[in-house]
Design a protein around this ligand. Structure first.
Ligand code: TYD
Length: 205
C-alpha cells in the first residue's frame, strides 16, 4: 500500500466515502476531508461526479435484509416519538418502507454532484464512521460531522417523501468498502504511492 511502509497488516483498511449533494451544496467538502486528514487518515483517491441513476442504484445493496433494516431505522424513531408509521408513510411494513426510502435516496443522489473518495489507514472503515457520526443526524453526537452540521430525522424526511440530508456516505464494513471502491474507482484513479509527512512522527514510518 504505497510508500508508507508501515501501512500494512490487518489494521490497514480502505473505506469509500462520498460527500452527498447536501454536503457539496453547503460547501462542506473541505470540512469533511480535513477531518479525515487531521485524524491521520490518508486520501488515496478523490473525484467530483454526477452519477447516473443506474450507478447509484448499483451502489446501494438490494438485499431484503438491508432494505428491511433501512425501514426499521425510521420505525425506531417513530416508536420513540409516538408517531404512527402508517399515518406518516402510509405503511407499517418495514420492507415496504425500506424500499420507499431506497428510492428517495437514489433520486436524491442523482440530483447534484457528489465527491467520491477513498480513505486509507488504521481501521479506516470504523474510524471514518466514527468521525462521520451515526446515520440519523438527530442522533449523531456533537463533534462528529453529522452531529456538528446536520439536523434531520426520518420523522421529517419520510413525511416529505425525501432522503435524509446527512452530508456523507461511508462504507459500513469490509465487503461494502470493497464493492463500493470497485464500483466508483478504477485502479488508475487510486494514488496510494505517496507518503504523509506526519506519519514519520505518528508511526515511526
Ligand atoms: P444506512 O446504510 O442505514 O446508513 P449509513 O449511510 O450510515 O450507512 O442508510 C443509508 C442512507 O439512507 C442513510 O445515509 C440515510 C438514508 N435514510 C433516509 O434517507 N431515510 C431514512 O428514513 C433512513 C432510515 C435512512
Amino acid at each position: 500500500m504505497g510508500k508508507n511502509v508501515k501501512q500494512k497488516g490487518p489494521a490497514y483498511e480502505r473505506s469509500f466515502v462520498m460527500v452527498k449533494p447536501d454536503g457539496v451544496q453547503r460547501g462542506l467538502i473541505g470540512e469533511v476531508v480535513s477531518r479525515f486528514e487531521k485524524r491521520g487518515l490518508k486520501v488515496v483517491a478523490m473525484k467530483m461526479v454526477k452519477p447516473s441513476l443506474e450507478h447509484i442504484d448499483e451502489h446501494y445493496p438490494k438485499d431484503e435484509e438491508w432494505i428491511g433494516r433501512l425501514g426499521d431505522k425510521g420505525f425506531n424513531v417513530f416508536k420513540e416519538y409516538g408517531i404512527d408509521p402508517k399515518k406518516l408513510m402510509g405503511t407499517d411494513d418495514r420492507k415496504e418502507a425500506g424500499e420507499m426510502v431506497r428510492g428517495w435516496l437514489v433520486d436524491y443522489l442523482n440530483e447534484a454532484p457528489v465527491v467520491a473518495m477513498i480513505i486509507e489507514g488504521i481501521h479506516a472503515i470504523d474510524m471514518v464512521r466514527k468521525i462521520a457520526g451515526t446515520t440519523l443526524p438527530s442522533k449523531a453526537e456533537i463533534g462528529t460531522i453529522r452531529g456538528d452540521f446536520s439536523v434531520d430525522s426520518p420523522a421529517a424526511a419520510n413525511l416529505e417523501k425525501r432522503a435524509i440530508k446527512n452530508i456523507l456516505h461511508a462504507s459500513e464494513n469490509k465487503e461494502e468498502a470493497e464493492h463500493e471502491i470497485a464500483h466508483w474507482f478504477s485502479r488508475e484513479e487510486i494514488f496510494d504511492d505517496y507518503a504523509r509527512a506526519e506519519h514519520g512522527v505518528m508511526f515511526n514510518e
